[in-house]
Design a protein around this ligand. Structure first.
Ligand SMILES: Cc1cc2nc3c(=O)[nH]c(=O)nc-3n(C[C@H](O)[C@H](O)[C@H](O)COP(=O)(O)OP(=O)(O)OC[C@H]3O[C@@H](n4cnc5c(N)ncnc54)[C@H](O)[C@@H]3O)c2cc1C
Length: 568
């Protein structure tokens, strides 16, 4: 088995991974970025609407407040301060690297309104903001000579649990099936989001949360997993995203009675209330029989009043999506939409410098996480739109800087031949398995049941049922059979590995949701509809011990802003 040696290994080539890679490479360290996809196919490239910064405000304090309130006071206020204060310099850095942001009439960077924001703050490149940022930063990383290890699937974290030290990863080359160890003093996970465990979702196929489950399997915790964001406007049927930019540019929502129903749910902010509020309103309208479409299971998004020219200049991608997937013309047709699983507030717990925590009080050595897979907790219980590209760019860079600063103190642990064995055996077991179960069926059952039982609305009964379903699926997973036994681009094997990861972290989403007997941000319990600060103004750390979930709690970092009722 080959062992490749580096100072730093980065898993994930989205905005977070690449932002870190640039800092590490600039410091002259030997680093590589491993990705199961070509970097430009990372989900960062799918982001449409924008990236926030308080560019034309005296300071970032209002952006901070909007983010804290948007997250229903569960976000850590010191981390949020860093996020918002570094936002303007992050936009300028991206622009200097070559990102072409759309301009206002006076030539300055244009900013559009987004949900839950007191001011228009989302900088954008038409509705292809993520692609513009990702392409730019990829070009810069490539120019600096960052080494890319593309189409390798990372399947194990090399971790000494006694010393709580990481020393790289084990990965499989998808083209040949080769399994190798990537040995490093510093290991950064930037593996993105994981909403693919829901049937209706906006995420790329690759967003299967592999990174998270690898942590769970080493006895490490995940934080606040019950907080999954449902974006209000997925295309009906597919869940493909129609960005919040559509509402930012004036889009309105109507029910079957032609009521602009947001007037009832958020009289001031209307369609530009935060995503959790709008998603619940949409689902409530549907449940109460005011849905539209053949099955009355959608709501109208109306952009017909904003004009063809505006749609063409500011929302061309969205207009293409509506035409391609529904055959509708946004300039004259209303578009049927429904809430879609979109973003994951929870993830790998880190301190504000992106070092991974082994528990609420214990740290690790040589192990880092940034971007959507991490939970530094800037989004709390609900992320505001256009704050996530920002998080990936800001904390990706911080992760790189921390790794450079920590490097002299990291003691190298050499990897041996046996280190890739756990992953090697996992793939052999799947290839040899002669059971009767089919991975695609198990995945469909997981996704449908997660949408049904742990979706926009949850209650004790639905969540207890989901615990059982996941237990049963895990049992059946041990008996799946693959029909493709080859080692060359074995997609069936890759999907089976991903399904294993999805089952692991989904168990944490459900157990966290069951234990949190309150409603906060994106987590809405029908049986506990009120936010309960006394009992639950705290972070949940979830572990998977021998297949069983266990929770611990940690305090929230409150700063200048004390929790208040959240009204829009
Ligand atoms: C449709 C859509 C629109 C969005 N629009 C916006 C927006 O307008 N504004 C905003 O702020 N946010 C938006 N978001 C959210 C935002 O895009 C993401 O949160 C952010 O880009 C995540 O960046 P990342 O670097 O953490 O991960 P990603 O860009 O998802 O990259 C993850 C990387 O990890 C790699 N990886 C994963 N698992 C493995 C493995 N096992 N082995 C090897 N490699 C692996 C992948 O190959 C990939 O390179 C949107 C999200 C979606 C889905």
């Amino acid at each position: 088995m080959n062992i490749y040696r580096y100072d730093a290994v980065i898993v994930g080539a989205g905005l977070a991974g690449l932002s870190a890679a640039i800092e590490i490479k600039k410091a002259g360290l030997k680093t590589c970025v491993i990705s199961k996809l070509h970097p430009l196919r990372s989900h960062s490239g799918a982001a449409q609407g924008g990236i926030n910064a308080a560019l034309n405000e005296a300071d970032a304090s209002l952006h901070e407040f909007d983010t804290i309130k948007g997250g229903d006071y569960l976000g850590d206020q010191d981390a949020i301060k860093t996020l918002c204060q570094k936002a303007p310099e992050t936009i300028r850095r991206l622009e200097k690297m070559g990102a072409v942001f759309s301009r206002a009439k006076n030539g300055s960077i244009a900013q559009r309104a987004f949900g839950g924001q007191s001011k228009p703050r989302a900088c954008y490149a038409k509705d292809r903001t993520g692609l513009t940022c990702l392409q730019t930063i990829y070009e810069q990383a490539d120019r600096l000579g960052v080494e890319f290890v593309n189409e390798w699937f990372v399947g194990d974290l090399l971790y000494d649990s006694f010393d709580r030290s990481a020393y790289g990863v084990a990965a499989m080359k998808l083209r040949t099936g080769e399994i190798a160890a990537f040995n490093a003093k510093a290991t950064l996970f930037a593996t993105g989001g994981y909403a693919r465990c829901y049937a209706v979702n906006s995420n790329a196929r690759a967003n299967t949360g592999d990174g998270l489950s690898l942590f769970l399997r080493k006895g490490l915790p995940l934080e606040d997993m019950e907080f999954v964001q449902f974006h209000p406007t997925g295309l009906a049927g597919s869940g493909i995203l129609i960005s919040e930019a559509a509402r930012g540019e004036g889009g309105r929502l109507y029910n079957a009675l032609d009521e602009r129903f947001m007037e009832r749910y958020a009289p001031q902010k209307l369609e530009l209330a935060p995503r959790d509020v709008v998603s619940r309103a949409i689902e409530r309208e549907i449940i109460e029989g005011r849905g539209v479409g053949e099955h009355k299971d959608a709501i109208w998004l109306d952009l017909t009043h904003i004009g063809r020219e505006m749609i063409a200049s500011k929302l061309p991608e969205l207009s293409d999506l509506a035409k391609t997937f529904l055959g509708l013309d946004m300039a004259c047709d209303r578009i049927p939409i429904r809430a879609t699983a979109h973003y994951s507030m929870g993830g790998v717990p880190t301190d504000n410098d992106c070092r991974v925590k082994a528990s609420p009080t214990l740290t690790t050595s040589g192990l880092y996480a940034a971007g959507e897979c991490a939970c530094v907790s800037v989004h709390g219980a609900n992320r505001l739109g256009a704050n996530s590209l920002l998080e990936a760019a800001v904390f990706g860079k911080i992760a790189g800087e921390t790794i450079v600063a920590d490097m002299p103190d990291l003691s190298p642990i050499g990897a041996g031949d046996h280190d890739a064995n756990i992953f090697f055996e996992e793939t052999r077991r799947l290839l040899r398995s002669s059971g009767a179960e089919n991975a695609a069926n198990l995945l469909a059952t997981l996704q449908n049941s997660m949408t049904q039982n742990a979706g926009v609305f949850r209650n004790r009964g639905s969540l207890e049922k989901q615990v059982e379903i996941i237990g049963d699926l895990r049992d059946r997973f041990s008996r799946i059979r693959l029909s493709d036994k080859s080692s060359v681009f074995n997609v069936e094997l890759q999907e089976a590995l991903e399904l294993g990861h999805m089952l692991d972290y989904s168990a944490l989403i459900v157990s966290g949701a069951l234990a949190r007997e309150e409603s906060r941000g994106a987590h809405y319990r029908e049986d506990f509809a009120i936010r309960d600060d006394e009992k639950f103004l705290r972070h949940a750390f979830g572990y998977l011990d021998g297949g069983k979930t266990r929770l611990e709690y940690a305090p929230v970092a409150i700063g200048d802003y004390k929790p208040e009722p959240r009204r829009y």
